[in-house]
Design a protein around this ligand. Structure first.
Ligand SMILES: [Ca+2]
Length: 398
């Protein structure tokens, strides 16, 4: 098949390219906010891990338009979203289905469009899928939304579609939608959001009655989940607040949610959001505005506001994340893998409990990495964010 031949040709090109080895130089870049002090040792610039591994890369499918999210189906195929509004099934051999019909309209301007997708372990029985997207609202405004539907047996159509969450308030902005979807161990669904970037909605990250700049926790068929924190004046879906734009989220090995959010210039942060806590944006943050001016009062600490587990200055520009627990990279078990957009890298953090003890980067300079996941056989799968984006399978060269 032409598609497969093209993929093989690209795969052999990649296999001879220089991106297989781990990068060693990323901490040489100067910080954007050199006057800021971390709150504790190891909160930023963890030691560079001298990982001797070399990665093999195989392009499973290319020709995807700004792919954003993926999840693996039980029989090994991948559900993949493309930001313009398409969801497809991609086989392990790289065969792409036509776009699945029946999804609601998305607003694909700016950072919007069809975003994350997730299924549960019982997909074979239920064929149920959840996805997030930028939803068009009245007056040119938009908001993050989450829908669920049942995939038809032939994989061509989404049926019984219901919108189960609509971010309030909507805003006339095409930026900072979040939005990752993560099921917790109780079956509740975490939804991460952004604060829509503009100055006025940015302040709503601190307003617990809104859905902007929050981690939300909902019932998978709609409504707030049982067991959410009781926050005075808070919307019932709110789990944590004071976030900027969370595009990375995953359950840790201990069953707790971890997130990485896009910070300002020099302020991306790794958090382990706890119920009812305030993560500070835009009152406290590391980094500075793109103009070089301070954010707010330019402070990085305040009583009642949480410190990130880790932060990056300069930023990595995080996308998807996953905790590695597979067989192909035994040395990586317990690490968190994070896609990097501006950093054009796959980032790996080694952890000791909730402390970061080392950082490694792979594929540095190759491509904007939009999502990362682990296949059932332990291969690391990434999506590259381009007009001609790809699903790429990473294995160790042994
Ligand atoms: Ca923060």
């Amino acid at each position: 098949m032409p598609r497969t031949l093209a993929a093989l040709a690209l795969a052999s090109l990649l296999a001879t390219s220089p991106w297989g080895a781990a990068a060693r130089d990323f901490n040489a870049a100067p910080p954007n906010a050199p006057h800021q002090e971390p709150a504790f040792d190891g909160q930023t610039r963890a030691p560079v891990i001298a990982d001797p591994i070399t990665l093999n890369r195989a392009v499973v499918a290319d020709g995807l338009t700004h792919p954003w999210g993926m999840d693996q189906l039980p029989e090994g195929r991948w559900l993949v979203t493309e930001r313009p509004g398409r969801m497809r099934i991609i086989s392990a051999e790289g065969e792409r289905s036509p776009a699945i019909t029946g999804l609601p309209e998305v607003d694909a301007r700016g950072q919007g469009g069809l975003l994350d997708v997730v299924v549960r372990e019982d997909f074979s029985d239920t064929r149920r899928v959840w996805w997030s997207y930028a939803e068009p609202r009245d007056g040119g405004r938009t908001g993050t939304a989450v829908a669920t539907g049942v995939l038809s047996d032939d994989g061509r159509a989404m049926t019984d579609v219901a919108v189960i969450f609509r971010q309030q308030p909507p805003w006339a902005s095409t930026l900072h939608y979040g939005s990752r979807l993560v099921f917790d161990e109780t079956g509740a669904l975490f939804v991460t959001t952004g604060e829509r970037s503009k100055h006025e909605p940015r302040q709503l990250a601190q307003d617990v009655s809104t859905h902007l700049g929050k981690v939300l926790r909902i019932d998978p068929m709609g409504g707030p989940a049982e067991g959410n924190p009781d926050i005075p004046g808070g919307a019932p879906e709110v789990w944590s607040y004071g976030h900027r734009n969370i595009q990375s989220a995953a359950l840790g090995p201990e069953g707790a949610l971890w997130t990485v959010e896009h910070g300002p210039r020099g302020g991306d942060e790794l958090n382990r959001p706890r119920p009812g806590r305030n993560y500070g944006w835009p009152v406290i943050t590391y980094g500075e505005a793109y103009s070089g001016r301070p954010i707010g009062a330019g402070i990085t600490k305040k009583d009642g506001m949480e410190q990130p587990v880790y932060y990056w200055d300069p930023v990595i520009a995080p996308s998807g994340m996953v905790f590695y627990d597979g067989d192909l990279f035994p040395e990586w078990r317990g690490s968190v893998l994070i896609g990097g957009l501006a950093s054009r890298a796959l980032v790996r953090l080694e952890l000791d409990g909730t402390r970061v003890t080392g950082e490694a980067r792979y594929l540095q300079g190759m491509a904007r990495v939009r999502d990362v996941d682990v296949a059932r056989d332990g291969a690391v799968m990434i999506l590259t964010d381009h007009r001609d984006g790809a699903l790429i399978r990473l294995t160790p060269a042994r």
